[in-house]
Design a protein around this ligand. Structure first.
Ligand code: 7RM
Length: 653
């Protein structure tokens, strides 16, 4: 039975336990009802939970496809995450409990974070960073990463965090697109016992980046030993973090930002070779991130919240930094791999810090399942009270395992569907209210509205179709950096007669109870281990190799990663296929984009199956990669091509 069939035959239901419900922040459906009756009033109330310098004059100004929220209001995100907690009982509360992969530990209180952020904000100002300037952040998972983001927010600079697993070239593309003035990085970060040479990568990236004036480098490696191999400092351009903050005062006046001022840019893959710079604003984004953190995770004062996502992804932005800190929560941050030094690292962290809420990805859960029950069984996980899942559909088997072996059968699971572009969770249970079904993200949260549509925007009440979000919400991306036409084209042009509908690019099924079962992307975007990768990006990388004439990349199901990449490659005249060339191409993609984009399979072929108009038939390539019977081949220019390919793929020669 295929994964999707299994998903659609799932009919178990789990209601929140009486014990959970009794203590839950929301324990009946009145919030769904009141928010549906007046969504703007709902969001206005959520915005009111933040601290504003000046209150907004209008709540929502919607001229499809563009929207503005809380206009006339001014605020600062760092004030909301820091200042308002240090005047009261949270002053000495742990804000960040950090653990490095080698085992080093640091705990920063709200006061610590408040001081460090302001010092670094002053340092950025000294380096010439002004309101509206872009600052690139290419960091390991260390407290300085959150501090750097908050410091940008403090002075009104726009941060663009680039995942530390991306290659120098990917970093360069993102810096160039945003025209960042300063880059913040570290000499390295630890991953599976080795060092990711971030500064060396950054130096390579900067070979072609005239916009960067200064580089700030955190010394992550032990200072002892004077190993400079990881950070050659270029005089005038490069500065150590500890040097630039040394004499800075711990006070920095926060910039008064307008609600619609940009808080950050975050690049994400789309259907072309060029990633999109998703733009989030200050007031709407923070409202969405803060409100959903509180409601979805039932966040309370004493919780220890661990979101395992890297800050390089939107989940790290909304649920490791902005959402939890805006709520004054205690967050756990871990630098490294889940199987280092042993396969119980996550569970030892949960036990050590008494984690109460764990938010992780299905790909990780499937890996834990495969590693065996003995690893979590070694640890006391009794403090856990709520579990979350994000990034891709979770298969019912993994859901039940998570519920039983990690949650001890006691914790509700929130399967949260959202995207970089939505800024905040959109479809998810409310853990004290919603009955869950393994594999379904359930229903839109209060304040959000979705529908399932066919190609003509006709609503499908029960059955399969395209997911649409039918009303704007505060944390929706406002544009794509430097390319508003692409924004409109990508998200608001799916149904030409309905330019008000947001299209997320996902297909879904809706059941008799109105529950949504997300089936995955319907465009050329893949989801590999919860990370979005555009097939075009990988194809563009492959054809840059001198041996490659043409490349087509498709997704195929993968037991652990959800999806994996399969590449079909034709070679230029004079090149011979070999397993060495296959390895070389795989590494080449790793260097061009990053290790997450390396194809699992590369198949050399004399030709690719094309329609008579010359379009590559990806559908057939997917059939081949999945080992399925092939669909209709009658529109092919040369039907022989595909039969040969299939034979070859099955022989994997
Ligand atoms: C948060 C994040 C977005 C894409 C999205 C979906 C898929 C995310 C779920 C999910 C099924 C989920 N942002 N997706 N969460 N599919 N159930 N709970 O992942 O921009 O990187 O990716 O991920 O296809 O469109 S993202």
């Amino acid at each position: 039975m295929s994964e999707i069939d299994a998903l659609l035959q799932e009919n178990r239901k789990f209601a929140p336990s009486r014990e959970f419900r009794r203590e839950a922040l929301v324990s009946d459906d009145s919030l769904y009802k009141s928010a549906a009756a007046d969504p703007e009033a709902f969001w206005e109330k959520q915005a009111g939970e933040l601290q504003w310098f000046e209150k907004w004059k209008s709540v929502c100004d919607w001229k499809a496809p563009h929207v503005k929220w809380f206009e006339g209001g001014t605020l600062n995100a760092s004030v909301n995450c820091l200042d308002r907690h240090v005047t009261g009982a949270r002053r000495n509360k742990a804000a960040l409990i950090w653990e490095g992969e080698p085992g080093d530990r640091r705990t920063l209180t709200y006061w610590d974070l408040y001081v460090e952020t302001q010092k670094f904000a002053n340092a950025l100002t000294k380096l010439g960073v002004k309101r509206g300037d872009r600052v690139a952040i290419y960091m390991p998972m260390i407290p300085e990463t959150a501090i750097a983001m908050l410091a940008c927010a403090r002075i009104g600079a726009i941060h663009s965090v680039v995942f530390g697993g991306f290659s120098p070239e990917s970093l360069r593309d993102r810096i160039e697109d945003a025209k960042a003035k300063v880059l913040i990085t570290a000499d390295g970060g630890y991953r599976r016992g080795t060092i990711v040479p971030l500064k060396r990568n950054a130096d390579k990236a900067l070979e072609g980046c005239p916009s960067i004036e200064h580089v700030v480098v955190v010394q992550r490696r032990p200072a002892a030993g004077g190993d400079e191999a990881f950070a050659e400092m270029r005089a005038g351009r490069d500065h150590w973090w500890h040097d630039v903050i040394r004499n800075e005062p711990a006070k920095c006046e926060p910039a008064k930002m307008k609600a619609e001022d940009v808080l950050y840019i975050l690049y994400t893959s789309g259907t072309t070779g060029k990633p999109k710079g998703i733009v989030h604003t200050t007031g709407g984004y923070l409202t969405g991130a803060a409100a959903t953190t509180k409601l979805v995770f039932d966040l309370k004062e004493d919780d220890v919240f661990w979101c395992t996502a890297d800050v390089g992804w939107v989940t790290g932005h909304s649920y490791l930094v902005y959402g939890p800190l805006a709520n004054g929560a205690t967050c756990v941050m871990y630098e490294g791999a889940p199987d280092w030094p042993e396969k119980d690292r996550f569970w030892s962290i949960c036990e050590r810090y008494g984690v109460t809420i764990l938010y992780t990805a299905p790909t990780a859960i499937r890996a834990f399942m495969k590693w065996g029950d003995q690893w979590p069984a070694k640890h006391d996980l009794s403090q856990l009270r709520l579990l979350g899942s994000v990034g891709e559909p979770i298969n019912p088997e993994a859901w039940i395992w998570y519920q039983q072996k990690i949650g001890g059968g006691r914790c509700p699971i929130v399967d949260t569907w959202w995207q970089t572009e939505t800024g905040a969770i959109v479809i998810s249970p409310l853990p004290g209210v919603t009955e869950t079904k393994p594999g379904s993200a359930t229903m839109p949260l209060p304040g959000f509205s979705a529908a399932l549509l066919d190609a003509n925007a006709k609503e499908i009440k029960v059955g399969g179709g395209l997911l649409a979000l039918t009303r704007p919400w505060p944390s929706i991306a406002r544009t794509i950096w430097g390319d508003d036409a692409r924004y409109v084209q990508t998200y608001f042009s799916k149904w030409p007669n309905r330019p008000d509908l947001y299209f997320p690019g996902d297909g879904a099924k809706r059941d008799e109870d109105g529950y949504y079962w997300i089936l995955g992307r319907v465009d050329d975007v893949l989801n590999v281990a919860g990370h979005r990768i555009g097939t075009m990006e990988v194809e563009s990388a492959l054809v840059e190799h001198p041996a490659v004439a043409e490349a087509a990349v498709v997704g195929k199901s993968h037991e652990l990663k959800g999806q994996a990449l399969a590449a079909f490659v034709t070679l230029r005249e004079g090149f011979q296929h070999s397993s060495d060339l296959r390895d070389e191409l795989r590494d080449f993609v790793g260097e061009k984009i990053g290790a997450i984009a390396k194809p699992d399979d590369i198949l050399f072929s004399a030709d690719l199956p094309k329609t008579r108009s010359g379009k590559i038939m990806r559908r057939l390539l997917r059939d081949i990669a999945e080992g399925r019977a092939m669909g209709d081949t009658s529109t092919l220019a040369d039907p022989n091509v595909v039969a040969a390919l299939k034979e070859q793929y099955e022989g994997k020669e």
